[in-house]
Design a protein around this ligand. Structure first.
Ligand SMILES: CC(C)(COP(=O)(O)OP(=O)(O)OC[C@H]1O[C@@H](n2cnc3c(N)ncnc32)[C@H](O)[C@@H]1OP(=O)(O)O)[C@@H](O)C(=O)NCCC(=O)NCCS
Length: 110
């Protein structure tokens, strides 16, 4: 199965923040991620019809990037990834993150 976790109203421009999306190993490429994203979008629109949705993905996560692009997400920003727990020792190098956004969810999931 899978999990999606979203923080509503997290950003004044980009809207709700999808901070965790995972499909169980062995169940990928069966449409579960698409379904979780659609359910997330529906909930966000139900909460606030004008809200967008965004997330951050590591630049090297090419599988997830391909998924978000296939689902209509636009890459709108590139930035250094903050260290986990704010501890620089927990970062290896300077990984970059990409913000993917869906500014108008009503067209996609309304
Ligand atoms: C990214 C993730 C959520 C996608 O979920 P999924 O259930 O495998 O995706 P879907 O089956 O709904 O895929 C829909 C479409 O996205 C694209 N896509 C999905 N995974 C892809 C991959 N590995 N490579 C290329 N395209 C991919 C395809 O166009 C796919 O359609 P198709 O299978 O008919 O070709 C899942 O792979 C995952 O949990 N990855 C590990 C955790 C992770 O990286 N999460 C994101 C952190 S930001």
């Amino acid at each position: 199965m899978g999990i999606a976790h979203t923080l509503l109203g997290e950003h004044p421009v980009w809207g709700a923040y999808l901070d965790n999306l995972h499909v169980a190993h062995g169940l990928k490429r069966q449409g579960i991620g698409t379904r979780l994203l659609a359910l997330t979008g529906q909930e966000v629109v139900a909460w606030s019809p004008s809200s967008g949705l965004y997330l951050w993905v590591l630049e090297q996560n090419s599988n997830a990037r391909a998924f978000y692009a296939a689902r209509g997400g636009a890459c709108v920003e590139r930035a250094e990834t903050p260290p986990p727990g704010g501890d620089p020792a927990r970062l290896n190098g300077k990984p970059m993150g990409l913000r993917y956004a869906w500014p108008d969810l009503s067209k996609l999931f309304g």
